[in-house]
Design a protein. Structure first.
Length: 436
């Protein structure tokens, strides 16, 4: 058994252990595409922190916004507004379709999705919310009820009216119908099953353009087009949770732009703050006015705080001025091509998928059976970290075999080459240990 460092043992004595386990790497600082350990090791970060540092760690524009905000106003009473909050809403309006025009700014993705669901319920006078298998929308009661991942078990009943349909994983068709090409049958079957269970009080359908925690499962333009039609037929408010796909990561400013299906509600979080806690919810004028007339209220401690709003403005200035969506497309295509080279080299890589700089690499025991190989995945992850590359595995149905590869959009070709070299070396080292 690996010996834990003294600092980690001490930390576990005073901290609530909120994840499977803490890493045994103690981070001293971070900058750009790297973080630096207290031992002095330099580690290339292919996870963008917790998917939040989308433009790299400690981007100078963000640091400047923090300094300006701290010298101006950090926090206000919830009913008081400040110029950065109003300006941030205008910036969103300029980038989003005309349909989405009224925004609210909170702290986390859980909060923004919670409010989205609350507004959908108030607007429709319904309570039934549909989500996709493997989805992750947050840890608060409403958002968690539509989160169908490993965090769902052992905490008692979910919110009434919480329904799930299978995500369209064409590498592992959930209804054993198709292979490597989804024809949306899983969507039609799933909605039909929910229709049979519904008590005719539909409220919302919540989705991510790419289901990250589910193993980087992309919802195709065709799928989203059919989904939009099905939602309209049932009076369902369509919520897009773009916590991980917003602000350029998929090669577009927002993930929904690829399909041209405009949601009724858009939520942003992780990427909006670049590592700082800020989230948003944006709705139509009609939906906001209806909720207002019905008495909508949501007063949280940090709604409309001015300092995070300044950071949000800084993030959008970086997005536009540095043309980050084009960088994501260019670097994402290059990274994917190099991952496919590794797939040709190693039989344990079953699939490479995703778009822009949100890619998935699935580790399997056999390409024929597609049986996940959690042990090998974990070994590769640990070896990568020892060799100077941070790689994140998502856990699905008890397995941990899909790498979520998401470097910052500022990543260079040289850094991608370095990451691929370390990954190549780490896979080979792990396979060599398994050889008789």
């Amino acid at each position: 058994m690996k010996q834990s460092p003294e600092w980690l043992t001490e930390a576990e004595d005073v901290l609530i252990r909120y994840c499977v386990e803490f890493s045994d790497v103690l981070v001293d600082k971070s900058a750009g595409s790297y973080f630096y350990t207290q031992k002095g090791d330099k580690v290339l970060d292919f996870t963008s922190g917790q998917m939040c540092s989308i433009f790299g760690h400690n981007h100078p524009t963000i640091v400047k916004a923090l300094k300006t905000g701290a010298e101006s106003s950090i926090h206000l009473l919830s009913t008081l507004l400040s110029p950065p909050v109003i300006e941030l809403a205008h910036v969103l309006n300029d980038l989003l379709p005309e349909k989405l025009s009224r925004s609210m700014f909170l702290s986390t993705g859980s909060e923004s999705n919670e409010i989205a669901i609350r507004m959908a319920k108030l607007h429709t006078d319904g309570f039934e919310v549909i989500g996709l298998s493997g989805s992750w929308h947050g840890m608060t009661a409403g958002a968690q009820s539509s989160t169908y991942s490993l965090t769902r078990k052992n905490y008692g009943p979910a919110m009434p009216g919480s329904y799930m349909i299978p995500a369209p994983n064409c590498y592992r068709c959930p209804i054993k119908h198709c292979e490597n090409h989804c024809d949306n049958t899983c969507l039609q079957v799933g909605i039909s099953l929910v229709d049979n269970q519904s008590v005719n009080k539909y409220a919302a359908f919540i989705v991510e353009p790419i289901l990250s925690a589910a193993g980087v499962i992309e919802l195709t333009p065709s799928y989203l087009s059919v989904l939009s039609k099905l939602c309209k037929e049932r009076g369902l408010v369509l919520i897009y949770d773009e916590a991980q796909t917003g602000l350029g990561r998929l090669g577009t400013n927002f993930g929904f732009e690829e399909s041209q299906v405009v949601p009724d509600i858009l939520t942003l979080s992780k990427t909006l703050g670049g590592g700082l806690p800020i989230s948003s919810i944006t709705v139509s004028k009609e939906l906001e006015e209806d909720c207002f007339e019905k008495g909508f209220i949501c007063v949280t401690s940090h709604v409309s705080d001015p300092l995070p709003a300044r950071v949000g403005l800084a993030m959008f200035s970086i997005l536009i001025e540095e043309d980050m969506k084009s960088r994501a497309k260019l670097m994402g295509n290059y990274l994917k091509s190099q991952l496919l080279v590794l797939k040709d080299r190693y039989e344990c890589i079953g699939d490479i998928r995703g778009r822009g700089l949100l890619l998935g690499m699935e580790i399997v025991k056999s390409r024929i059976t597609k049986e996940p190989d959690s042990d090998l995945g974990a070994a590769i992850s640990e070896q990568c970290l020892r060799n100077g590359l941070s790689m994140n595995i998502v856990r699905i149905k008890g397995y941990a075999s899909v790498f979520r590869i998401a470097p910052p959009l500022t990543v260079s070709k040289e850094e991608i080459d370095l990451g691929i070299s370390i990954l190549d070396e780490s896979i080979q080292a792990c396979l060599d240990k398994l050889s008789p």
